[in-house]
Design a protein around this ligand. Structure first.
Ligand SMILES: Nc1ncnc2c1ncn2[C@@H]1O[C@H](COP(=O)(O)OP(=O)(O)OP(=O)(O)O)[C@@H](O)[C@H]1O
Ligand SMILES: [Mg+2]
Length: 595
């Protein structure tokens, strides 16, 4: 991957405002370099005056428009020149400080912006996208790679950019002053740095890759270890995780350290080279002028000052190259995710709901027609399915494991997009879309209060406590919450560890009810519960009947007994449909005997 193509790829990713900022900074960089060189050049007349004051007065009187200055004494002129040079140098220093600040802010803002864009893209992606991605990797991209890109790719590129402009301007000045010295010294430095870069280039890139890989491994170990801690404690398998984490940590620190050493280390060699060439230039000038160095004071000072500015800049350019080379991996890792095409995927549910149509004359709320869906690997999970659900109905979906029940519910909820066929939704009498909520078997609870969990994702100021309490009432949790010391403010602990399985399930139901859904989907919402809790939750669900349309997926047939109709699924098709009693008669092998 060449350096130029990296620059082009980064530029392509920038948003228009970022590009505009970049142009402004580029202008600032150019102005900064001009100030720096003016500062150095301004020293020359000053030093010349100190060396030979009368010659200065002659020069001035020769320049027509400056002869008014001959009224000043040589002493006054020297003071004037000294102060002017100091002033220009001060402006140049302030300019450099401001530029460093702007560059750092720009790079940091790019890092934050990339992290924001990644998070937004991930949050806007479909459920099938998330089903195929590792969440620890996505966390790493947002938390580490964007930061790494900002600190070790973007900032070095900007620094390098400013230093290249500075060095080029100085180089032009050197060539004008003395082409021979400029070209020899320039080529010498270029040669040394290019050789150095070629030698370390591969190692830097390899280390860069190691850094990304080991970060990735560490994030996965971290997330697996901390999420699966309960099983791991019982299985006594904690040590393996710590050991693996540590092993990748050692590899990570070695790769990071080596990259810094490869970038910073050669400095000492270069300083030696710089000192050698300065000595060389002095000796060369000394011999050229037959030992008469007095008149050369000005030019020597200019060279020394220029060396003071140029040499560290050359070193910084090299360091920046090394950092970019060693970390460009971070850019390519996040690039595709930065430009995720979320069009049409961003809110699939919205897209599907758009297919909804008003059905005033009938009572239909869900109209599934010839629905077919296959996962990426071409296994057809739902085949040419058609059915309708009427308003206020309670509908059961049963079938053996793998028959496609969850897939069907994910399609209805808009988590998956149908391969072919349509799902139509009715509308409310006022013409607005129907609300939907889903309660899964493995529910998600945040490390927050009961209120936060019931009103998940609602901004705190907009949470209506009355609604939360009513939802808890409907999910038969109000009594439990009333007994808690802090009521709605009770903290549930990470993933709701402070609640029983049945209570967690009912929090999820309260969350569904809070959004006042027209349709509620329960996908195996009770299958993890014991008999008593299940009965309580089923009572909760049954009490919602009539208010909302309810779809229940269940393993236990008890759960669908009260349904108005039940669909029996097999291998992705509806094998039969009817009331519990009718199905029981027709499929005793599945629904058990009527006796
Ligand atoms: N993310 C996925 N990627 C690929 N195939 C999948 C995915 N999820 C489910 N499947 C496949 O789709 C088919 C239907 O799965 P689904 O989860 O809908 O079954 P189910 O009826 O809900 O089963 P269960 O009762 O065990 O929950 C299965 O053969 C399964 O292997
Ligand atoms: Mg399922």
């Amino acid at each position: 991957m060449s350096f130029l193509s990296l620059l082009r790829d980064i530029y392509k990713i920038f948003s228009p405002p970022q590009r505009r900022k970049l142009y402004k900074i580029q202008l600032l960089i150019f102005m900064g370099a001009v100030f720096e060189i003016t500062g150095v050049v301004s020293v020359m007349p000053f030093m010349q005056a100190v060396g030979d004051p009368e010659a200065l007065r002659d020069t001035i009187s020769n320049i027509g428009y400056l002869d008014f200055m001959t009224v000043y004494s040589a002493r006054e002129l020297i003071i004037f020149l000294g102060l002017t040079s100091l002033l220009i140098m001060s402006v140049s220093a302030i300019c450099s400080i401001y530029l460093t600040y702007r560059l750092a802010i720009f790079s940091a803002s790019i890092g934050v912006n990339f992290a924001d864009r990644l998070f937004e893209n991930y949050m806007g992606s479909s459920w099938s996208f998330h089903a195929h991605r590792n969440s620890a990797d996505m966390t790493k991209h947002i938390a580490v790679e964007s930061q790494r890109f900002a600190d070790l790719v973007m900032l070095p590129i900007m620094m390098m950019n400013s230093k290249i402009v500075l060095v080029s301007i100085f180089l032009v000045a050197f060539v004008i002053q003395d082409p021979y010295i400029a070209i020899v010294a320039g080529l010498l430095f270029l040669f040394v740095y290019v050789i150095l870069y070629i030698v370390v280039k591969r190692q830097l890139a390899e280390n860069g890759q190691t850094i990304s890989e080991t970060y990735s491994k560490r994030f996965r170990i971290l997330s697996e270890g901390l999420t699966g801690i309960r099983d791991l404690i019982v299985l006594r398998r904690l040590e393996g995780y710590s050991r693996a984490f540590n092993k990748h940590g050692i590899m990570l620190s070695r790769a990071k350290g080596l990259n810094v050493a490869l970038a910073q280390g050669p400095r000492y060699l270069i300083e030696l080279l710089a000192f050698g060439s300065m000595t060389g230039i002095v000796l060369y000038l000394y011999m050229e002028n037959d030992g008469n160095i007095g008149g050369l004071l000005a030019i020597m000072t200019a060279y020394a000052l220029a060396g003071l500015k140029v040499l560290p800049s050359v070193q910084q350019i090299y360091v920046a190259f090394a950092h970019v080379r060693g970390n460009s991996e971070s850019f390519y890792i996040i690039r595709d995710d930065l430009v995720l095409d979320n069009e049409g995927r961003s809110d699939i549910r919205q897209a599907i709901v758009k297919k909804s149509y008003p059905l005033p004359e009938t009572n239909v709320v869900i109209d599934v027609r010839n629905l077919t869906f296959s996962y990426e690997d071409n296994n057809i999970a739902i085949k040419d399915m058609s059915f309708v659900v009427n308003s206020g109905e309670m509908v059961g979906f049963v079938g053996s494991s793998g028959s496609g029940k969850s897939t069907l519910m994910d399609l209805v909820c808009g988590l998956l997009e149908a391969t072919s066929g349509t799902i139509g939704f009715g509308k409310k009498s006022n013409g607005s879309d129907l609300n939907m909520a889903v309660v899964h078997q493995d529910i998600f609870l945040t490390d927050g209060t009961i209120r936060d969990n019931v009103a998940l994702g609602v901004v705190i100021e907009n949470i209506c406590d009355d609604l939360v309490l009513r939802a808890l009432e409907s999910s038969h949790l109000a009594d439990v919450v009333n007994l808690m010391d802090h009521g709605l403010d009770t903290e549930l602990g990470e993933r709701g560890v402070k609640l029983s399985g049945g209570q967690r399930q009912r929090i999820a139901i309260a969350r569904a009810i809070y959004s006042k859904p027209d349709i509620i989907v329960f996908d195996e919402a009770t299958s993890a519960l014991d008999g008593v809790s299940e009965r309580q939750v089923m009572n909760t669900i049954n009490s919602l009947a009539g208010e909302s349309t309810i779809l229940i997926v269940a393993h236990r047939l008890e759960s669908v007994k009260k349904c108005d109709k039940i669909f029996l699924l097999e291998h992705g098709v509806i094998k039969d449909c009817g009331t519990f009693l009718a199905l029981q008669l027709r499929h005793p092998e599945f629904f058990g005997s009527t006796k």
